[in-house]
Design a protein around this ligand. Structure first.
Ligand SMILES: Cc1cc2nc3c(=O)[nH]c(=O)nc-3n(C[C@H](O)[C@H](O)[C@H](O)COP(=O)(O)O)c2cc1C
Length: 167
């Protein structure tokens, strides 16, 4: 793996996001991953940071509430399409996605949470701030339209502790 600046491959990461990336979390020995299509990367509190948004109905949400870290694994070349579909439509409540999709967990370099083998770009993050959305603070209809069933997101700001690329 080759260390890269957190923002070095951002255009590639954003281009790949419509297909998805893997958001992985591990709590008490249980690891789970889900597909995400939304992610911000930038500087907050003078620190390189990602922001992922996870609805409270997700199993990932339950696990994220128990720990202080997550990883993001980006397939940048269109690979792992089937795995992204599976992990974006099945819940870790009912499936061991690593087992069923043959996902290869690779040990994190700075965190205890694994990343997913076969991807290209990896972020390891420490959760520094989390907040459940307050529906009363939504200012735009476009955002309101995303929540017909009131399944709001929790925002997780994750300080990027390490970013690297498969060589
Ligand atoms: C392309 C794509 C992007 C997605 N992005 C998000 C997201 O940003 N936040 C979210 O809560 N769910 C998102 N989902 C839905 C979750 O991946 C899906 O509900 C998943 O089954 C949750 O798994 P879990 O219950 O194991 O956490 C996305 C799904 C797809 C296919």
């Amino acid at each position: 793996m080759q260390k890269v600046d957190y923002n070095e491959y951002l255009p590639d990461a954003f281009e790949s996001l419509p297909d998805g990336a893997f958001l992985t979390v591990q709590s008490d020995g249980e690891k789970n991953t889900m597909t995400i299509g939304w992610n911000l990367v930038g500087i907050n509190w003078s620190l390189p940071m990602t922001l992922v948004m996870v609805r409270s109905s997700r199993h990932t949400h339950k696990l994220l509430e128990e720990v202080d870290e997550y990883t993001i694994s980006f397939p940048l070349q269109g690979q792992m399409e089937e795995e992204l579909k599976f992990c974006g439509s099945r819940s870790g409540r009912d499936h061991d996605k690593f087992e069923e999709q043959n996902l290869q967990p690779l040990e994190g370099r700075q965190v205890g949470t694994p990343v997913i083998g076969g991807c290209d770009l990896y972020y390891e993050c420490e959760i520094v701030y989390r907040q459940h959305m307050d529906p009363d603070k939504i200012a735009s209809q476009a955002v309101r339209d995303c929540y017909p069933e009131g399944d709001y997101h929790t925002l997780y700001f994750g300080r990027i502790l390490d970013s690297y690329l498969t060589e």
